[in-house]
Ligand binder design. Sequence first.
Ligand SMILES: *Cc1c(COP(=O)(O)O)cnc(C)c1O
Length: 358
Amino acid sequence: MTRPARVRINLPALQHNFNRVNESAPASRVMAIIKANAYGHGLTRIARALPRADAFGVACVNEAITLREAGFDRRIVLLEGPFAADELRLISGYRLDVVLHHREQLAMLERVRLRRPLNVWLKIDTGMHRLGFAPTSVPEMVTRLDTIDYLGELRWMSHLACADDSGDDYTATQIEGFRNTVESLTGERSLANSAAVLAWQDAHYDWVRPGIMLYGASPLRDTTALALDLQPVMTLESTLIAVNTHQKGARVGYGGDWVCPETMPVGVAAIGYGDGYPRHAPAGMPVLINGRRAQLIGRVSMDMVCVDLRGHPGAAVGASVTLWGDGLPVDEVAASAGTIGYELLCSINSRVRCEYIE
Ligand SMILES: *Cc1c(COP(=O)(O)O)cnc(C)c1O
């Protein structure tokens, strides 16, 4: 018998969420964002299940090479561009598009000679203040790019800082800044992440870049995935490996900080921070036992968590435990743990067995 901790990856749900992108931004092409092992869902399996994505967005050359070697021919964009000049030959050899966000990267391009045309997405900082060129320096960058004889297609992009809050004017300001900057430039444009796909139509432009919505979590602060008609792709499950009755006053788990308020049944599920479940999750985290809500008690261990089984008389060893996914939105679990769904999904590691539902 293998360890019961497992994720089920629901590929029809992924397809459904991809269709939601098309419905929301029908005039735009789709760069599916599959960095970080497709947000923890498995890079190549997710790529294979997205046959209608026009491009893939990844964070580094290794991720891109994995896709090429798995046979993907589509456009692949390195969202942070090259990290060092010695990557440029690989980038060119594997026909990858690069984002350029910094003068250092432009200097790398100026120093190297490549045989194939290199497609560039110039990143403009419209207010996120993380990566990108100031709008005022764009003309200078264009002039310098013009001198690079192997330059291929040139596109324009920027990233939104607050699009998850549909009432925040900052996004409107960023969209306007982008519009003004790219107005006089030729080439395709891209601005929208998932939140903007769903909530900021003016940001759609030629290419949208959805990540989290593909995986069925909500990109919007005050709207649930259910309300957005997004379906959870990853369900994290395990089983109860022990059910014990403890006396009133018994201390449960490391540190003994959770104390039984009465004599009660306590379950132990085989999942822990060694699998990527958040260790800092406080007591009271929601889980499902045989599909019904229960709460975690005590601290999260490396391989196990404890569950309050009061009100679950049928819960025995072998009962199914859902940590998030079907019936328990990852966004709700994340809120209880003081984090976001993105972090929980990305954290699940290779110790957890992965089953794909076609
Ligand atoms: C990760 C990323 C996205 C996707 O963001 P979501 O919020 O997951 O939709 C889009 N664009 C860039 C540049 C990114 O790095």
